[in-house]
Design a binder for this molecule. Sequence first.
Ligand SMILES: NC(=O)c1ccc[n+]([C@@H]2O[C@H](COP(=O)([O-])OP(=O)(O)OC[C@H]3O[C@@H](n4cnc5c(N)ncnc54)[C@H](OP(=O)(O)O)[C@@H]3O)[C@@H](O)[C@H]2O)c1
Length: 313
Amino acid sequence: MKAVIYDKNNSPDVLVVREVDKPVPAGDQVLIKIMAVSVNAADYRSMRYGIIPKNNIYGADVAGKIEAVGPEVKNFKIGDEVFGDILKWGSGGFAEFVAVSEEALALKPAAVSFESTATISMAGITALQGLRDLGNIQAGQKVLIIGAGGGVGNFAVQLAKYFGAHVTGICGPRNVEIVKSLGADHVIDYTLSNFTEEKIKYDLILAVHGSYRLPQYRRALNPNGIMVMAGGALLQLFRQMAFGWLFSLGSQKMCLLKAEPNRKDLAFLGQLVEEGKLNTVIDRTYTLAETAEAVNYANRGHTLGKVVITVSH
Ligand SMILES: NC(=O)c1ccc[n+]([C@@H]2O[C@H](COP(=O)([O-])OP(=O)(O)OC[C@H]3O[C@@H](n4cnc5c(N)ncnc54)[C@H](OP(=O)(O)O)[C@@H]3O)[C@@H](O)[C@H]2O)c1
């Protein structure tokens, strides 16, 4: 099969398409014929920091068809269309096939394309668990999504509206219209104004991106407000890890999200997409041979929604 191999000795292109053995599913693994895979920060950040996946193949957010099943597989059969985030199981999605534990997967929403489905898992689960599990989002709350223009942010805006919140999204100028169209009640273009200087207080802040100081978030929170940090500049994440607990000593709470993919949440998100309650946004699509280009584009950090690789067979 064709796979995009990470080979750091192959300068200047470290991502090269090579012919490798097609995997054979063992135990609880299924063999997925990959139809589409989306690019995530987890891919290019891991490359940057030398975290190499199993078989040197990146790619986590897959959607495809089951072509073979291991002897212990209980939940799926050959022919099922599935999707999932396989990062925790060693990645391997930038390829024609991957063998992965059935634990990582849910059934694909039937009426949704493979490309759209491939955008859901990592970004959708991060947004959902950030808002619902750590953020304890409630109807009527004022919610701020920082980094609303990207993959996680697009889902977060829509999910916060789904949970009945009043939503403000912060993004760059290129993404203002799409964030509005996804349902945000108010959109702040971060090149024009700084939310920390506005007088509005929020019940919940989901920081998907940004590099603000913790006291700035704190001032923008209501006395019982919760601030969930999902991503952003490394400096911001370090500050949160080092000092976040200090800001949680009073009635406000600041926490760091570590999203955990699971079938129940995947199925919930898939159903919302199927019912048209959650839209997927694709900025650009690439072929498997263009994976390096796709990763470079996503790595620039200003995508509008997701970058997807279509795998043809
Ligand atoms: N905690 C977890 O478990 C978890 C899981 C998944 C991802 N993450 C993290 O979440 C972050 C976002 O992931 P993603 O998939 O959404 O990435 P993405 O699709 O690349 O989106 C990032 C977005 O951030 C926006 N942005 C850049 N600078 C900004 C700024 N100063 N203020 C506000 N927005 C800004 C960009 O939009 P504009 O063009 O509008 O600026 C871009 O669209 C990454 O850091 C990733 O590592 C964390």
